[in-house]
Design a protein around this ligand. Structure first.
Ligand SMILES: NC(=O)C1=CN([C@@H]2O[C@H](COP(=O)(O)OP(=O)(O)OC[C@H]3O[C@@H](n4cnc5c(N)ncnc54)[C@H](OP(=O)(O)O)[C@@H]3O)[C@@H](O)[C@H]2O)C=CC1
Ligand SMILES: O=C(O)C1=N[C@H](C(=O)O)C[C@H](O)C1
Length: 266
């Protein structure tokens, strides 16, 4: 199966090139950088620091249309939606790690997935996806007696907040507690806020240095608290998940899937 990576010179893009190069059964078919990049034409592997791959960095998906079967996209919402339309029209499968999409943008993605199979997940690591199931269990057992707060930390370059993973964690916990996250989420606190309402789910965001991605969900009751924490120490954990998702897509029909489907955790 031939894989194209878009956003190839990005933090995730470079690691994805390495992960695809190492993966059995996958071949790097194309790597796309932004259209004004001075890197166009350079070898993708050399740019990623793994030596020659024989794949030249391209300026657009249209330029490499015949060179891949699956597109791996860790970029930003506008571009991801554009790419999903391209994949829909050209019969390409897709693995999407991009976060920060609005509800309307997610709806647009669902429409593209009616025509082509797409795995879309805010976090491709096995650990986070196992943690989502632990959170569901914890919330079901602890119920409304425990206050829920979600704390996440990422590197200084991250553009969206809270992280896609933190939001997904919030959705899972809210769902298990019979709440709607849109109604009970509180994003940061400042000033004279009054007492905490019992059913809110709080989000706290830290942006600092080179933190790859830390998430903690705190369930705090009277006399005890439980913290479920995941810490990513290398982006390779996300890239390996994306590789797994790309392989899993082979033979799948059109539809919007996530990593819980890929890992059979549903
Ligand atoms: N699901 C998951 O497991 C994970 C998801 N993510 C998400 O992935 C996304 C990307 O993160 P990260 O790699 O850190 O971000 P980066 O900003 O490092 O990467 C994005 C890359 O896309 C490039 N780009 C911009 N426009 C185009 C274009 N038209 N064509 C091709 N490439 C283009 C950018 O180039 P330039 O900088 O020159 O504009 C940049 O190199 C984020 O949404 C992040 O939250 C991250 C890690 C894990
Ligand atoms: O931007 C990042 O770096 C990450 N983004 C994802 C998110 O928003 O949840 C996943 C991971 O934590 C790294």
């Amino acid at each position: 199966m031939r894989v194209a990576i878009i956003g190839a010179a990005g933090r995730m893009g470079k690691v994805l090139i390495e992960a695809v190069d190492e993966a059995e059964g996958l071949e790097l078919g194309a790597a796309v950088v932004e259209p004004d990049s001075t890197l166009i034409g350079a070898d993708a592997g050399e740019m990623a620091g793994i030596g020659k791959t024989g794949v030249a960095l391209a300026a657009s998906l249209a330029d490499v249309k015949d060179d891949f079967d699956v597109l791996v996209d860790f970029t930003f919402p506008d571009l991801t939606l554009e790419n999903a339309e391209f994949c829909k029209v050209n019969g390409k499968r897709m693995v999407i790690g991009t976060t920060g999409l609005t509800e309307a943008e997610k709806e647009q993605l669902s429409l593209a997935a009616e025509a082509t199979p797409i795995v879309f997940a805010p976090n491709m690591s096995v650990g986070v996806n196992v943690a989502l199931n632990l959170l569901r269990t914890a919330a079901q057992v602890l119920g409304d007696d425990y206050d829920v707060e979600i704390i996440e930390a990422h590197h200084r370059h991250k553009k969206d907040a809270p992280s896609g993973t933190a939001l997904r964690m919030g959705e899972v916990v809210a769902d298990a507690l019979g709440r709607d996250l849109k109604e009970c989420a509180v994003y940061g606190r400042e000033g004279f806020t009054g007492e905490r309402s019992r059913k809110e789910i709080g989000f706290e965001t830290i942006r600092a240095g080179d933190v790859v991605g830390d998430h903690t969900v705190l369930f705090a009751g009277i006399g005890e608290r439980i913290e479920i924490t995941h810490k990513a120490s290398s982006r390779m954990t996300f890239a390996k998940g994306a590789v797994r998702a790309a392989k899993w897509l082979e033979g799948k029909g059109a539809g919007l899937y996530d990593m819980q489907d890929v890992l059979a955790l549903k």
